[in-house]
Design a protein around this ligand. Structure first.
Ligand code: IFL
Length: 442
């Protein structure tokens, strides 16, 4: 009898094993990841164009803690999905900072001290994006101060407070401090620990390992990393390029299937040195090229003299748009215009103010990108900066304070400056039309 029971148990175990083998998904986990094919993206073997927005705070909304707002997150994602948006660019981690220009709370409260509820917000976001067949670009750091970023790393290491450039107006000194991050062995060690922490995470909502999650389109080194300020030396430029290449290689060593990108603004974020931009996007570990375009921040357009400055600003913008696509073609990689935006008319932050120049700007940008996409050129998508959606401010001075709605305009800028509200119907109509046009390209 014992023998018969043992035989039966053995048979049942074998059948179970066979069932497991035959039922297991034969596709490798990376099958539906966004991939690069020449100068284009593909997903599930089909062309994949990025029709996206920046929403740096999306993982915050997913948090189960009081900073989160899961109902708002669902509403924002539904609205974005309904107008054809298929990609978000999102901040993965923030660093706790005391300055007014930085978001609070933060993911990292000191080296190795993570706020698990914000990480769970990222878990939740990934699941909500997957439900809507959307993808996400996740950046690990920030050259600017609004999320703590590189200067906060240096502040922890040196034990000195961050000098907020919104207060000091010393942007050159700020950029030099931010760029000192690349040269600090301790900063690099801690940065890599954070990268590893995120990449090796297992989603607490879905149980899926991040490395297996096709919702993640790309890991990104940082938001707008620059080699330094206007006085950057040749040696510092090389340090920056080495940092890009070494970090990208490190990410690939942890996760060979996901794409890796820099978060660079292009020539303007490369101390206007074409070689720096090209060298920072040449490595096999950097899968595609990124660029940003800020016609008012860069002094090409004057928001209080729109009619007088528009034509010359647009001439520069058109050249910037096209020349970067040509550079990407030479590198034989896709390029994404992953940030651009313009103020509401006359620089108003009021949600009720008009957006004629912003609409004109978006439309003209899209009129440049669409034929180049249709022509098979290297431009593979865009993300506007940024989506405010249902976020609102009640502050008469428009500055964010802890506990306020989170908006696409980060705390270092007035709420309503560049963000698109869900009531901006003329702008949204332009986005919706362009998204449908690019989804028709194959
Ligand atoms: O908010 C800014 C953000 O830090 C960025 N680039 C420009 C945005 C608007 O000034 O990454």
């Amino acid at each position: 009898m014992k023998k018969i029971t043992a035989l039966f148990v053995c048979l049942a175990a074998s059948l179970l094993l066979m069932a497991c083998v035959f039922n297991s998904d034969p596709k490798p986990a990376s099958e539906s990841f966004v991939k690069v094919s020449g100068v284009k993206f593909q997903k599930d073997g089909e062309p994949y164009y990025i029709a996206g927005t920046n929403m740096w705070y999306a993982a915050y909304l997913g948090s189960p803690s009081k900073v989160g707002d899961r109902a708002r997150l669902a509403k924002e994602l539904d609205t974005l999905k309904s107008i054809g948006v298929n990609n978000l660019r999102v901040l993965a981690v923030s660093e706790k900072s005391d300055i007014n220009s930085a978001v609070k709370p933060a993911t990292t409260n000191g080296f190795g001290n993570y706020d698990e509820s914000l990480l769970q917000g990222l878990d939740y976001l990934l699941v909500e994006l997957a439900k809507r067949d959307m993808t996400v670009v996740l950046y690990f750091n920030n050259f600017w101060q609004w999320s703590g970023g590189m200067t906060q790393y240096m502040s922890w290491i040196e034990g000195k407070p961050v000098q907020d450039p919104n207060v000091t107006n010393e942007w050159e000194a700020f950029m030099a401090k931010s760029a000192s991050f690349y040269q600090s062995a301790k900063a690099q060690e801690e940065y890599r620990k954070t990268i590893k922490k995120i990449i090796t995470r297992v989603n607490t909502v879905s149980g899926k390992a991040y490395v297996d999650d096709a919702t993640i389109m790309s890991w990104q080194l940082a938001n707008e990393p620059r080699p330094g300020n206007s006085k950057t030396t040749a040696a510092e430029k090389q340090i920056y390029v080495d940092w890009v290449n070494n970090t990208a290689a490190y990410i690939k060593s942890l996760d060979p299937h996901h794409l890796v990108s820099t978060g660079s603004e292009g020539l303007k974020g490369s101390v206007e040195d074409e070689k720096v931009f090209v060298d920072a996007h040449s490595s096999v570990n950097v899968d595609y090229v990124t660029y940003h375009m800020w016609i008012r921040n860069w002094g090409w357009f004057n928001k209080t003299k729109p009619a007088e400055t528009w034509d010359s600003a647009w001439a520069k913008a058109k050249d910037y748009l096209n020349s970067h696509i040509d550079t990407a073609a030479k590198l034989n990689k896709p390029i994404v215009l992953e940030e651009f935006g313009l103020d509401r008319d006359m620089g108003s932050f009021d949600i009720k103010s008009t957006t004629q120049y912003r609409d004109k700007f978006y439309q003209q940008v899209f009129d440049v990108l669409l034929p180049r996409m249709q022509n098979g050129d290297a431009i593979a998508g865009y993300n506007i900066w940024a989506w405010n959606g249902a976020g609102r401010t009640t502050r008469s001075n428009y500055w964010w304070q802890e506990g306020d709605d989170l908006n696409g305009d980060p705390p270092q800028e007035e709420q309503g400056m560049y963000g698109v509200f869900d009531t901006d119907t003329s702008t949204i109509a332009i986005l919706e039309k362009f998204n449908s046009q690019i989804h028709d390209i194959n």
